[in-house]
Design a protein around this ligand. Structure first.
Ligand code: ZN
Length: 227
């Protein structure tokens, strides 16, 4: 895949955001949700993902949303498909969520653009789907706030984890962070009123490494995930 817009050396990488404005020193992956009808406009320091968020999927809009993902995902400013996935607490029937998710996996595979996942209390479904479809593109679970066992189950399937911003800023996340392989983690704001710089500061302290070292790790993970 030709990546049109790449992080510059030393950038903070916000792997999952919404409504991001260009900001010096920050590279953002802006997640467009198909129902919003936004376009991946060329902006400095911003690349895009496009997907169907399960909350906004219905029998009525399914066909249109899939068409939007298909049309938009081919854009050169779009580097990933998603966020796509499963939500037990909100959204349509699991059958429809599964159908839309599998269609988006197919688009990710065909375009060779990795997949960004939203998953709430549907981990068995996600893991089963990964086993069944055996995708060649890597998947990234965004907003992760689960336990170590679950983290390692996902990582053992080749997945990457990006943490829920509130979770990562809490003292309780430090222990989990220290146990995970550095090569599998990403950091994000999810478009919330929180600074990616504060998240990096907390994580570099947790891991006992310098900010620059953490930036190097995130840049390497970015290159591997989007290779
Ligand atoms: Zn999001």
């Amino acid at each position: 895949m030709k990546i049109h817009n790449l992080p510059s050396p030393g950038d903070y990488i916000d792997i999952h955001s919404h409504d991001a404005a260009p900001s010096a020193g920050i590279f953002t992956v802006e997640n467009l949700m198909a129902h919003e009808g936004k376009t991946p406009a060329e902006k400095k320091g911003i690349a895009y993902a496009i997907g169907i968020h399960p909350w906004y999927l219905s029998e009525l809009n399914h066909d249109d949303l899939i068409k939007t993902v298909l049309l938009t995902a081919g854009n050169e400013n779009v580097i990933a498909v998603g966020e796509a996935g499963f939500d037990k607490l909100r959204g349509p029937s699991i059958d429809l969520q599964r159908k839309a998710f599998e269609e988006q996996v197919k688009i990710s595979e065909e375009l060779k653009k990795p997949l960004i996942i939203h998953c709430v209390r549907m981990w068995d479904e996600l893991l089963m789907t990964h086993k069944k479809l055996r995708p060649s593109m890597p998947w990234l679970v965004h907003g992760f706030r689960g336990k170590k066992e679950l983290a390692f189950q996902l990582i053992s399937r080749g997945m990457y984890l990006s943490f829920w911003f509130e979770f990562i800023l809490r003292p309780e996340s430090s222990g989990l962070l220290r146990e995970l392989p550095h090569g599998r983690i990403f950091l994000e704001t999810d478009g919330a009123d929180v600074s990616i710089k504060d998240i990096y500061a907390k994580v570099s302290e947790d891991l006992g490494i310098s900010l620059n070292k953490l930036k190097d790790i995130m840049a390497e993970n970015f290159n591997n995930f989007f290779a």
